[in-house]
Design a protein around this ligand. Structure first.
Ligand SMILES: [Zn+2]
Length: 217
């Protein structure tokens, strides 16, 4: 693996471990990937303990999914990662989680509305729920990219989340804040009806998100 891939690989491993340790997944659930240059993707392997994972366990693939380097099987969610990279030039890394409160929304198939200022700037609008597709299927990949649109994350029906960022660390931050927002929404909904942000804030927030997104391609 060349210097650039190794640098990205180290960040992927650190992010995968933090994803596990912060409770966004259990065991070998979830996966992490990132772009290496313009046309390669480094992705975590399938069913492997994150704490034992080294750079040699990651799999380097091209944008069509062909394995370029690595001896392990790439994550079974490879089609979903590839579909997002092919649709969104601004996405440099993806973290896929089964985090608890976001999964509550996933099984209810309930979108997560933007309820705080921070949320609208970071995610660009309501986090939609992708129609159900079986884990690892092309159908899931298609449904995920459709519901993701131009936003930073999507909830996967009866499954979990897919979170985007410029780098693995940024995608992890997207996943952590999404989980916190889902928790706020679930708890607030138990106590009453959460108030939406004012219309103007939503419109301005979406516009600012778009400017930031396009400037960071
Ligand atoms: Zn999953």
């Amino acid at each position: 693996m060349d210097e650039e891939a190794r640098r990205v690989g180290l960040e992927i491993i650190n992010v995968a471990r933090e994803m596990l340790q912060s409770g966004l997944v259990e065991g070998t659930e979830g996966n992490v990937s990132a772009k290496v240059g313009d046309d390669r993707i480094l992705i975590t392997p399938t069913s492997m303990n994150y704490m034992e994972m080294t750079i040699e366990d990651l799999v380097l693939i091209d944008l069509k999914g062909n394995v370029l380097e690595g001896k392990r099987q790439p994550s079974s969610e490879k089609p979903m990662h590839l579909r997002v990279y092919n649709a969104r030039e601004d996405v440099g890394a993806i973290v896929h989680t089964h985090s608890l409160y976001a999964s509550v929304l996933a099984v209810l198939r309930k979108p997560l509305p933007p309820l705080t200022d921070e949320f609208i700037f970071k995610y660009g609008g309501t986090i939609e729920v992708a129609e159900y597709g079986l884990t690892g299927s092309k159908e899931l990949a298609e449904n995920a990219v459709k519901a993701l649109g131009s936003r930073a994350a999507v909830i996967l029906a009866n499954h979990g989340t897919l979170c985007c960022g410029r780098t693995p660390s940024h995608a992890l931050e997207t996943a952590k804040i999404l989980e916190r927002m889902a928790k706020i929404y679930v708890i607030a909904s138990m106590l009453g009806e959460p108030h939406p942000l004012p219309e103007k804030v939503l419109r301005d927030g979406e516009a600012i998100y778009e400017i930031l997104r396009k400037s960071k391609k």
